[in-house]
Write a protein that binds this ligand. Structure first.
Ligand SMILES: CCC/C=C/C(=O)SCCNC(=O)CCNC(=O)[C@H](O)C(C)(C)COP(=O)([O-])OP(=O)([O-])OC[C@H]1O[C@@H](n2cnc3c(N)ncnc32)[C@H](O)[C@@H]1OP(=O)([O-])[O-]
Length: 726
């Protein structure tokens, strides 16, 4: 809705009303049109102000509405033009947010006043669209092509102060925005409106427009990786530089419709809502976000200043949480301290107000120690030592003696059993898994793992911590590898099996990078370090001396096994850190992967030794075996209640594993491929590789196909156990 009132006889107020963010649904837009007509028809009204209810202008078009047939064909541009054509001055009073269609409505207004804390932007590109309310044509006319192109193709939200510098708003105020807008409206009554109508303005010329646009396009294409929206946003802005306004608008509509029906927009909009849905967590024991309250964290501690610990400390400092950083001895402490300081200096440089905001030189905010006694008064500890169960248990035993009874004890682990770690403490209800992703101060995912005894308060506190750290927290159950890594194991396993059968690392990586992953599985292993998984395999008796004599080289516990990664590690090839892994690098620590003839020779010899007949493996098989085995594991995870819905797995993959967001996440992707096809392919691959359990179709997947391939949002209702639907 939009409410029509009067601020005075001469000033009509149209207030957009659609909680929580005043999304521009059809009724809101129709009420806006009615308000404009009423103001126009009333001779006593001399100016109009548009604002939003509850301190928010508008977050734009109703994203849910894009999937509703009745809203198709309704053009936001029609309403924006109505505002602009109004014969009485229209002033936008921008509080909170003016995003997407919200900002386009403001661009139709003749004047814009913003509160200093307001944020503006055209984030359509992030949901697979372009600003289809004539924003691609008006914004370049107002602030010039370079700034408009940046805002439209990145979707970033800009603060009011930046908007003022760019000329996007006419005034920024620290106090009452509505009153300031009323003052401005009264002041401009009677002034000519033609110069304020953006559609009538020319696009400001650049001396080197063509060169600028060509360079921008090359840059966009490089980053986009089959993600359509940025390039189509670019084309719409280019149309503004080449065509009259009306033709530019036609082009914008044409491009908008391409995106709307591309499939990518649906995937990205699904991802938008999935990210919000996972915040409403539940567990199979009935605890949930609704019945648990987080405890405040005034002070935290991090144990272990290796790669993960350093990133976690940095995240906490950035979130203004005082931290005690602890290492086992002074040598490690000094190395860790230097590394943390370097990270913080870099982060401070990236931040607007610089180092002072972070305040990391103040020992009250960041303290380095080797003394466990310094942990007595912290509210939460994050243990981030390496993956060694006896070591973690020893630390947790110590923590339960030293920390205050109410302190939460978190373990940063990527696979280890949370219950076993919790068993070392006298307060297992306070223990929770917090699986950060490297680099921990940058990656957005936080996998939050509850054990058998973890209290709802501990889960809620970890979720809240994730929010404060600006991460997406996803709550999952306890099993080896939790949700993310458990799905990753079969994916990587298939990639290695494909090498045994005839493929090469660069071929497998290429297929997955073409699909949209930032890096393929072999480049990823080289980056992460092959020795990490090797140590874990040795610990589990799969590699090294603990393998019983007489065990076939390519079999473990009756299943197919590939000793290829072990072979690389035995040759000191740990990946980038040693300058050699699945690829060769220019030096130890180098970043540029080059195919390695040594590896190709080893593969040939390996196949000969093990009598493997080499065959040509096409791209379809590479893609399907890697992705479908990962998805198959996802169905088992859902059936076991480890994750409470497919959205959880998708959010984990998008934010933790570089899954291309425009494909919506693995489970969403499976739904777009069609579950019958995923099942049929898995059946075929499983028949060809009967000793690979990961290719055996999940019972839950078979059930969903048997009941007729229901839409993703209905999947969980087909589980026989009480479901965890959000
Ligand atoms: C047609 C021509 C072209 C125009 C295109 C557009 O305008 S495209 C649009 C371009 N605009 C965008 O892309 C902006 C997208 N929105 C945002 O970036 C953020 O939501 C925010 C910054 C507005 C608020 O962040 P925050 O952390 O304070 O809060 P939060 O994020 O948790 O959201 C609160 C609730 O609001 C809901 N909801 C939000 N927006 C929309 C919407 N547009 N629609 C519907 N619903 C929306 C959200 O789902 C959540 O619901 P829940 O779970 O409570 O039921």
């Amino acid at each position: 809705m939009a409410q029509y009132t009067s601020a005075s006889t001469a000033l009509a107020v149209i207030r957009l009303r659609n909680p929580p963010v005043n999304a521009l649904s059809l009724p809101v837009l129709q009420a806006l049109e009615d308000g404009l007509k009423r103001a126009d028809a009333d001779p006593s009204v001399k100016a109009i102000m548009i604002c939003g209810e509850n301190g928010k202008f508008s977050a734009g078009a109703d994203i849910q509405g894009f999937s509703l047939p009745k809203t198709r064909g309704i053009s936001l541009g029609h309403f924006v033009s109505l505002i602009e054509r109004c014969e009485k001055p229209v002033v936008a009073a921008i509080e909170g947010v003016a995003l997407g269609g919200g900002l386009e409505v403001a661009l139709g207004c003749h004047y814009r006043v913003a509160h200093v804390k307001a944020r503006m932007g055209l984030p359509e590109v992030t949901i697979g669209l372009l600003p289809g309310g004539e924003g691609t044509q008006r914004l370049p006319r107002l602030i010039g092509v370079p700034a408009a192109l940046d805002i439209i193709t990145t979707g970033r939200h800009i603060p009011a102060t930046e908007a003022l510098k760019l000329g996007l708003v006419d005034e920024v105020v620290e106090e009452n925005t509505i009153e300031a807008a009323i003052r401005l409206a009264n002041k401009v009554i009677g002034q000519p409106l033609e110069p304020r109508r953006l559609s009538l303005r020319p696009v400001p010329k650049l001396p080197n427009m063509e060169a600028f646009l060509s360079e921008a396009l090359v840059k966009l294409k490089k980053q986009a990786r089959r993600y359509l929206a940025p390039e189509l946003c670019f084309q719409a802005v280019r149309a503004a530089t080449e065509l009259p306004f009306a033709d530019g608008v036609r082009k914008e509509r044409e491009l908008f419709n391409v995106l709307l029906t591309s499939g990518q927009a649906q995937a990205l909009q699904y991802a938008f809502f999935a990210e919000r849905a996972v915040q409403k967590w539940t567990t199979p024991h009935g605890s949930s976000w609704q019945n648990a309250s987080p405890q405040p964290i005034h002070k935290a501690a991090v144990i272990g200043l290796g790669t993960m610990g350093r990133g976690i400390v940095t995240s906490l400092v950035k979130a203004s949480i005082p931290v005690v950083a602890l290492e086992q001895n002074l040598e490690y402490l000094n190395t860790g301290r230097k590394a943390v300081m370097l990270l913080l200096e870099r982060e401070a440089m990236k931040m607007e107000q610089g180092a002072q905001t972070l305040d990391f030189h103040n020992p009250a905010r960041l303290q380095f120690t080797v003394d466990f006694d310094a942990l007595r008064d912290v509210d939460l500890v994050i243990e981030a030592v390496f993956e060694n169960m006896p070591l973690k248990k020893e630390i947790f035993q110590k923590l339960s003696r030293i920390c205050k009874p109410a302190a939460f004890l978190c373990t940063n682990t990527s696979a280890l059993n949370i219950d076993e770690i919790a068993s070392a403490t006298s307060r297992p209800q306070q223990v929770v898994g917090t699986h950060f992703f490297s680099p921990a101060h940058i990656m957005r995912l936080l996998e939050i793992i509850y054990g058998h005894h973890t209290s709802p308060t501990a889960i809620a506190t970890a979720v809240q911590l994730g929010k404060v750290l600006k991460k997406v927290g996803v709550v999952v159950g306890n099993c080896f590898g939790f949700a993310g890594n458990r799905m990753m194991f079969p994916y990587v396993e298939q990639a290695v099996f494909l090498l045994e059968e005839g493929s090469r690392p660069e071929a497998v990586d290429q297929v997955l990078e073409d699909f949209g992953f930032k890096i393929g599985p072999f480049r990823m292993s080289d980056l992460a370090g092959l020795d990490v998984a090797w140590r874990s395999r040795k610990g589990r008796g799969l590699a090294g001396d603990s393998v019983p004599p007489g065990t076939p080289a390519r079999q473990r516990h009756g299943r197919r096994y590939s000793p290829l990664p072990d072979l690389l590690c035995e040759n000191g090839r740990f990946g980038q850190k040693t300058g050699k892994g699945w690829y060769q690098y220019e030096k130890a620590g180098g970043r540029t992967a080059k195919p390695d003839p040594w590896l190709h020779n080893v593969l040939t010899q390996y196949r000969d030794t093990h009598h493997i007949k080499t065959r040509f493996i096409d791209q379809e098989e590479i893609l399907e075996r890697c992705l479908f085995s990962l998805i198959n594991e996802g169905f088992d995870i859902l059936a076991e209640g480890i994750a409470s819905g497919p959205e959880h797995l998708d959010v984990i993959y998008i934010h933790g594993y570089g899954w291309p967001k425009h494909r919506g996440g693995p489970m969403f992707y499976a739904s777009t491929v069609g579950l019958p096809r995923v099942l049929a392919k898995l059946q075929r691959y499983s028949e060809a590789h009967p000793d690979v359990p990961a290719l055996r179709p999940s019972t839950f997947l078979k059930k969903l196909v048997a009941v007729g391939n229901p839409p993703l949002k209905e999947w969980m209702s087909y589980l026989s156990r009480p479901s965890n639907k959000l």
